[in-house]
Each structure stands twice: as structure tokens, then as C-alpha cells.
Design a protein around this ligand. Structure first.
Ligand SMILES: NCCCCCC(=O)NO
Ligand SMILES: [Mg+2]
Ligand SMILES: [Zn+2]
Length: 343
């Protein structure tokens, strides 16, 4: 399987994440991508390619112009105000307030985000654009005949809505890729999110559509991020009714239980017969992940990959979460190896 990777992910070097009332070193750090790349090479998964540059056209098929414009100028506007730290939202348009875009950078940060854990820094824009190019380059490989490809994206994307950043995500790489498949002629595209967290961004982007099916297995939003979306009664809206599926699990969920959910998801996908499958691949389902509460073990990721391979669909993997850096390379590449063994 080919991997697409860009060293420009290193432009995303946030030094602060608001967590537990203090600013910690971010969980979403450069060593995540470098460790995965090292394992891809060590295991000889396949060729590693640099991304092509696609520009903002494909991004704007999913994200709004005003949001993209905001992201591009956010850091410059922040430092123009003489702010001492990294750009972090501290105010949001709460219930009963006006949902309009303020002029002030603090107001715009709040309007265009849904959490304070994600800072914007000097190189964030460059890394975010490169991450989308990585996804689109891997998507093109699959659209042009590769049976599967791995987009080693950083920063991740599945929490990003059309005009919201959060959860370490800015451009929704999986959604941008799904839309690219559609724009290149695929009639039906399924996005399956196996990250520990709900793919709230991906769900919201396609929620009223019946051409992109979105499915996510994740920790109970009543207990974990993103807290306000991802419940099992969210099944789609309007034409999209029935094209969203959330499978929610409690703390301590082992692979055996999680695998039942994967089986449900795969059955739904197989019945729909999509032309392409995008897997939002987070491995924060791992038993030792520092911010999650499932109990998957490294060997389980081989079985996860195998089950996904048995769907026999053109498949794009986009890298999402996973924060146990010692294990992330093994776990990610285990999914990809298991996938290939099933083909
Ligand atoms: N306290 C913030 C947690 C953000 C979760 C990010 C993630 O891994 N999403 O998949
Ligand atoms: Mg998920
Ligand atoms: Zn996650």
C-alpha cells in the first residue's frame, strides 16, 4: 500500500493545549507522524510519496470561504493584536447569543471553533493545507486504480465542521476526500470513522446528504469529547435520513465488543455498495491511549484491518487521532497490514 506524507506537518508545532485548567504540551505532536512514518518504512508497507498541491478548490467543496479566509489570516491577526500566547478561543456564541462574525480576532476565534484545546500557531495554516494535499494525493491514487492508499495526515481532520475547528482539527481531510471521490464520479461514498472520538465534523458536513454515508464508532459523548454530538439517535436529516450511524461505547470497551460494532458498520456499508470507502483512522482506541477509554490491544488492529479489507472496496485511510506515541506506529501499520492480508 502506498503512503502519502509531507514533512510540512512539522509546521504545526503548537506548544500549548488547554487541558485540566492548565496549558500542557499538546498530545497532537509532530512525533506522532514521524513515528508512523518510521514504522511504515520499517515494515516496508510500500512506497512513500510526497503530496501534489491541489490548492483550496477541493477544500472549498467542504469548508466555507469565510472559514478558510479566517484560518489563513488568524495567526497574523492574533499577533497584530500583540497577544502573548498561542491563539486559543476563550469565548463562544452561547445559547441565545448572536451567531454573526465579529471583527475582533478573539470573537472570530470563538465563532469559528468549538473548543479551547486547539491552539492556532505560526505554521498551522501551512501544515493544514499540506495535510489536505496529503489526503487528496492519496485519494487520487485510489480514484486512479490503487485498491487502497494511506494518507498520513497531520493535523487530523475529522472534528472539523464546514466552518468550525476543534479537537486538533482544522480541515476535514476525510470529508474533503469523500467529496473528491464524488466530484470525480463516484456515486456513493462511505466514510467509516474508527477513531475513539465521534467524527462530529464529518457527520455534520454530510448530515443531510444521501450520497455520502457517515458511520462512527466512538466513546460515549456523554462522557468524552466532543460532548455535544455523536449520539445514537442521530441518523441523518432530510434526504440524509438513514445515512448516518453512530455506535457508542462505554469506558473499558474491549475489542470483542468494539468488533461487534465494526461488524454492524461493515454490514451497513456492504448493503449500500459504495463506490469508495474512506476510513478515518484514529488509533486512540488503544488500551494505553492517554486521553481515551477503550481497551484495544496492538494485535487487535491487525483484525480490524482484516475486517475492513474484506469489504473489498477501493479504500482511502486518513490519519486521525492516537496519542500513545510509543505504540502509534505499530497500531496504525497493523491496521494497514491486516487490511492488505485480507485482500
Ligand atoms: N480534550 C480534547 C480532546 C480532543 C480529542 C481529539 C481526538 O483525538 N479526536 O479524534
Ligand atoms: Mg470515531
Ligand atoms: Zn480521537
Amino acid at each position: 500500500m502506498k503512503t502519502v506524507f509531507s514533512p510540512l506537518h512539522n509546521r504545526r508545532t503548537a506548544t500549548t493545549e488547554l487541558d485540566g485548567g492548565i496549558l500542557i504540551a499538546p498530545h497532537e505532536k509532530p512525533s506522532r507522524a514521524e513515528t508512523i512514518l518510521g514504522r511504515v518504512k520499517q515494515e516496508q508497507l510500500g512506497e512513500v510519496l510526497p503530496p501534489r498541491e491541489y490548492g483550496l478548490g477541493p477544500v472549498l467543496r467542504v469548508h466555507t470561504q469565510d472559514y478558510v479566509d479566517f484560518l489563513r489570516v488568524s495567526w497574523a491577526d492574533w499577533i497584530a493584536e500583540g497577544k502573548p500566547g498561542e491563539a486559543i478561543s476563550a469565548v463562544w456564541p452561547g445559547r441565545g447569543m448572536r451567531h454573526r462574525v465579529p471583527k475582533d480576532i478573539d470573537g472570530r476565534l470563538g465563532y469559528y471553533s468549538f473548543g479551547a484545546e486547539t491552539s492556532i500557531t505560526e505554521g498551522t495554516w501551512d501544515a493544514v493545507c499540506a495535510s489536505a494535499d496529503v489526503a487528496l494525493t492519496a485519494q487520487a491514487l485510489v480514484a486512479n486504480g490503487e485498491s487502497a492508499a494511506f494518507a498520513l495526515c497531520r493535523p487530523p481532520g475529522h472534528h472539523a465542521h464546514a466552518d468550525l475547528f476543534g479537537g486538533y482539527c482544522f480541515f476535514n481531510n476525510a470529508a474533503i476526500s469523500a467529496q473528491a471521490f464524488r466530484d470525480q464520479g463516484a456515486k456513493r461514498v462511505a466514510v467509516l470513522d474508527v477513531d475513539f472520538h465521534h467524527g462530529n465534523g464529518t457527520q455534520s458536513i454530510f448530515y443531510q446528504r444521501d450520497d455520502v454515508m457517515t458511520i462512527s464508532l466512538h466513546g460515549d459523548p456523554d462522557l468524552v469529547f466532543p460532548h455535544f454530538l455523536g449520539f445514537e439517535d442521530e441518523t441523518g436529516e432530510g434526504p440524509g435520513e438513514g445515512f448516518n450511524l453512530n455506535l457508542v461505547y462505554p469506558p473499558g470497551t474491549p475489542f470483542s465488543v468494539w468488533l461487534d460494532g465494526l461488524e454492524t458498520a461493515c454490514a451497513r456499508i456492504a448493503a449500500w455498495q459504495p463506490d469508495a470507502l474512506v476510513i478515518a483512522l484514529g488509533v486512540d482506541t488503544f488500551e494505553d491511549d492517554p486521553i481515551s477509554f477503550f481497551k484495544l490491544r496492538s494485535a487487535d488492529y491487525l483484525l480490524m484491518g482484516e475486517r475492513l479489507g474484506k469489504l473489498n472496496l477501493p479504500t482511502l485511510f486518513t490519519m486521525e487521532g492516537g496519542y500513545d506515541v510509543d505504540a502509534i506506529g505499530v497500531n496504525v501499520v497493523n491496521v494497514l497490514k491486516g487490511f492488505e492480508q485480507a485482500r
